[in-house]
Design a protein around this ligand. Sequence first.
Ligand code: ADP
Length: 706
Amino acid sequence: MTDRDGNVKVQLGQMKSLGEDAGKEETDPEEEMPASSPSASPDPSSCITSTGTDASVCKQRGEKSSKDSSGKPLQGVAVPAYAVKNFNSPVCEQTLHIKGTGKILQGKSQSNGNYLGLHESRNTQETRCEDGCKLPRKRRPVTVDTSKAKTSLEALKISIKELKWKEFPLGRRAACDIYWHGVSFHDNENIVSGQVNKFPGMVEMLRKINLSRAVRTMQDLFPEEYDFYPRSWILPEEYQQFSAQIRMAKESDTSVSPTFIVKPDGGSQGDGIYLIRDPSDLKLMVGSQPKQAVVQEYINKPLLIDKLKFDIRLYVLIKSLEPLEIYIAKEGLTRFCTEPYQEPCQKNLTHVFMHLTNYSLNVHSGNFVHSDSQSTGSKRTLSSVLYRLAVKGVDIKRVWSDIIALVIKSVIAVVPELKVYYQADIPPGKPGPTCFQILGFDILLMKNLKPVLLEVNSNPSMRIEHEQEVAPGVFQYVPSPVDEQVKVGVIRDTLRLMDPCNKKSTASGSSQGEEIQVDGEQQGRCPDNSGNLPPLCLKQVYPKYTKQFNHLRLVERIAALFIRFLGVKGNMRLGPTAFRTFIRTCKLSNSNFTMASVDILYIDITRRWSCALPDSREAGMGLQAFLEAFFYLAARRFKSLMLREQVVSLLELCEAHLGPQSGSEDRRQCLNHSFMSPSYPSFAVPLDHHSEHMFSLDAYYQSRSP
Ligand code: ADP
C-alpha cells in the first residue's frame, strides 16, 4: 500500500467518523427495555403543568449548550450528547397517568412548529398483573401509512421491514405514527396527528424561480457566503436586465462569450432545458403565454472523471423547522454524462448527453453503462467518486466540508418562507401532524473543486430500480443495487430518526432558539431495533454547526415579524391594515415618511409582486414583498450603512419595539380589519400625489437589480 493509499483510507475514515457521533446520539443499542421501570420512568408531576402544552419545566432540566468546541468552520466538534447527558433528568414529553387504566396520556411540547394534542401513549411498555406488579410489555411497533408513497414504496417497504415496524399499505382508520407521502404534504388532507414526510409549501418553495429568489435575497445580504449558486435571472420579469447585462459584458470585453442554461420553472429531469449564448435565443413564450423560467450562468469548467461531466445527488433530511435540524446522508449518488465533455461552443450547445447529467436523459443514450458495481458505470456512489479523487490527492475533507456548508446555507435560505407555509397549514395550537422531509440536492463540482448548487428537489426519486433497455427500444425496470444501497439507507435512517419513541424532547428557549437535547436512549425510553442495524448513515449538521451559520438566519427574523402581523391564522399575506399596524407598532413612520407614504409603499410593492406571482390566489403582501418593503425601509432609515447593517439595524429597532407579549396584541388588531376594508384609507389617496415617493422607490429598485 502506498502512502497515498494510506492517506486516502485515513481521510475516508475521518469522513465517516464525521457522522458517527450523530449516530451514537440517536440510536439505542438495547433491545426491548421496559420504559416504565421505576428508575427510568418520567415523573409526570414534574413535567406536566397544564394540559400538556407547557414544556418550560422540562426545558430547564434538559437544557444543554449546543455550542461547538472550535471556532473553525466545520472543523469544530460539537459536544456530544453523551458527554453532557443527565441520566436523572426526566423525559420531557409531558405525560399524564389516567387513574385506574394504567394508560398514559401524552402531550408534546411545541416542536417542529406546532403542537400535538394529547393522545394515547405508544410508549406504555408496562402492564400490571393482578397483584399490581409490573410486567414488561412488548413495544407496539411504529405504524406507517404507506398508501400514498408512490414510487418510493419499494425502498420504504424494505426499510419498514428492517426496522420491524408495521406497514399499512392501504392506510388505516386509526391514526398512524408516520405518513409517507409520494409528492406533497397535501397528498392526504385528513391527518391530525403523527408525522408526515413532507412540509407544506416545500414543492412551491423549491421550484426554480422561488429557490433562485430565496438565494438571491441571501446573496444581497451575504454575497461572499452565497457564491455557490450561479448567477440567475427570473424570466420573464428580468429579461431586460439579463439582456442589458450580457450586452454590457460583451461590449466591455469582446473575448467574453458566456453560456447560459435556461430551465423552465417547475421543470424536472432536464425537461425543456437548453443552452444559449445570446439573449436573443431565449424562447420567451409558450403559445401566447410568457414562459416562467430561470436563466442561469452555465458552469463551463466542471470537474471531469473519465472525461465526463457528473453531478452529485445528496440526500438531506430536514428533521424539524423549529428548532431547525438538518441531517446529511453520508452516502449519495453521482450521475454521469454519457458523451465526453467539451466546453460549450455554438456547435455542441444541443448535445444534452455532454452537458446535462440527468439520469432520465442519459439512460436513453447508447453509451449509458448500467453497473452493479458502486464505482463504475453511469451512476456511482458518492463515496466511490470521493475515493477516486482522494487517490489523486484531492483534499476530500475540504470538499465535504464545503458541501455541508452549501447545504446548511441553502436550507437557511428557504426556511423563512417555509415557516410562513407551515403556520398557514398547521397553525400553532391546533391539532395537526409534525413534518420532516428528505430533499435531493443536486451539486456540481467545479474543476477547482468548489461545489455549486444546481437545484434542490422536494421529491427526489427514491426508486431502487432503473430503466434498462432489454431489447431495442424496449425498456424495463430492473433492480439497481447502487440505488438500493443508498436510498434504503436514507429512508430507513430517516425513519429511525423520526421514531416517535426515540424522539428527543425539544424546546426552544436557548439563546439561539436551538434544540435542547435529551437523548431518548439515555432516558431509558423505548429502544428501537438498532442493535441489528448499521450505524446511522445520516449525519446531523445543524444545530451541530450553529455557531458557524447562525448569523445567516437574518431573514428568518424578518419572517417572524411578518408572521406576527399576519393576523388571521392560516393567512400567508399581509393586508394593508396589518402592514400599517406593523409600521405603527415598530414606530417606523415620521414626518418624513407619513402613513400615506406607507400606504403607497404597500400598494406599489404588492402590485408589483402580484404581477410577478400571477398564479397566487390570495391578495395582499407575501413574504417576498414584505422583505422588499423591509429592505426599502431599512435603506431609507439607515442611509449611511451597507445593506446588511441597514437590515440588522431596522430589525433590532423593530424587535425592540415588539415586546414578547405584543404579538397577540398585533394579531387581534389585525383581525379586526380585512384587506379591502372600507376603513382602509389609502384608496382615498391618489397615487400621483406621491410622485416624489414613487421616484425614490424606483431609484431604490434600480440600485438593487441583480
Ligand atoms: P432539472 O430539474 O430539470 O434536472 P437541473 O437544474 O437539475 O434541472 O439541471 C439539469 C442538469 O443541467 C443538471 O443535472 C446539470 O447537469 C446541468 N446544469 C444545470 N444547471 C447548470 C449550470 N448552471 N451549469 C452547468 N450545468 C448545469
